[in-house]
Design a protein around this ligand. Sequence first.
Ligand code: AMP
Ligand code: MG
Length: 402
Amino acid sequence: MIPVEKAREIILSAMPVLPAERVPIHDALGRFLAEDIISTLHIPPFDNSAMDGYAVRTADVSSAGTTLEVSEVVPAGAFPCRPLEPGRAVKIMTGAPIPQGADAVVRREDTVEAKGRVRIQKVPDRHENIRFQGEDIPAGQRVLSAGQRLGAAQIGVLASLRRPFVMVGQRPVVAVLATGDEVVDLGEQAPEQAIVSSNSYTLISLIRETGGTPVYLGIARDQHSDLKARLSWACRADLILTSGGVSMGDYDMVREIMQKDGNSLAFWTVDMKPGKPVAFGTLMGIPTIGLPGNPVSTMTSFYQFARPALLAMQGARNILLPRVRASLSEALKNRSDRPHYIRGILERVGDELTVRPTGPQGSGILTSMAKGNCFMVLPRGMVDLERGTMVECEVFGSELAF
Ligand code: AMP
Ligand code: MG
């Protein structure tokens, strides 16, 4: 049995960063940048008005009530015809270029215009309401860096920089195989007592959530022949994930297959609860994580091992679940022979981040994952914590009641 960190290290050392690919930016949401983005442009490209109003020389407006002749009107999208002369003002719209000589814009609300003249009701500060060339992004600056996840704002920045395409890490293709004689798929003719393969669906969803492309290989019976036949369909995958068949039972054959026929087993069993019987190795030369079959163990070990592996293959910079410390909102007693990943509900109460367990914590209680948004990571042994104790939480839920 090896510690979680060691297991993760072994898995990550076997994960290549996949080659980058070029995608249109409207398809780049959630992808990971495979290049640094250096601006070749100034954003904004020229000094422009932040308001609808009048461009003036502040030297001309030393007191409220000054009137100036309006020499020109500049809509957004147009350019001023001539520099601003002393004693005059240019009527200007938001986004329009500042005429040469002007050093402030007075908001329309602070003026009265009549008969070709404008009365300035409020003395402007120098540079007021001017957005300067390059104040957001100067040319030559690194704006985004490799490994960063592209969200809406980053994609908007790429568009501003006139980049319709971007290089991102390839999506890993991940084969998913469920196992078990008692497990059936949705839509199958099956007795009432059969267990529906919820792992197939949690894993496919987790892979998608992490940027991978799942390839579903169905459910293998607990027989070498069926396991091997289905696994052979994974021969072009970047990673194989199996569920079940890695425990101590007579019919747990996934690990056996990893130990034969040129395959390999790097480790089996990790010091964690739930999720202990994780196996890692290769099948047909493809890195393979054998996840335990219990639905919570499957998900917990996915988050600890498969998620960082998928992110690393895409060249992501942050590959671990975000960690926060939160105050227990109820007393907690726990005994475990391994570090315990208790599913918790993290929420903001007033100014405080609080956490409490979701309820029963069996490794078959999938609703503990569905109710929860974090793992409270508790050390092995007897733990007796009072309300208000700070505990370490790894956040997996995207819907946080912060
Ligand atoms: P195993 O690791 O194969 O011994 O399975 C452990 C437990 O997980 C058993 O109770 C199985 O019924 C359950 N299980 C295994 N595979 C799945 C699956 N694909 N979906 C839901 N539960 C499963
Ligand atoms: Mg099984």
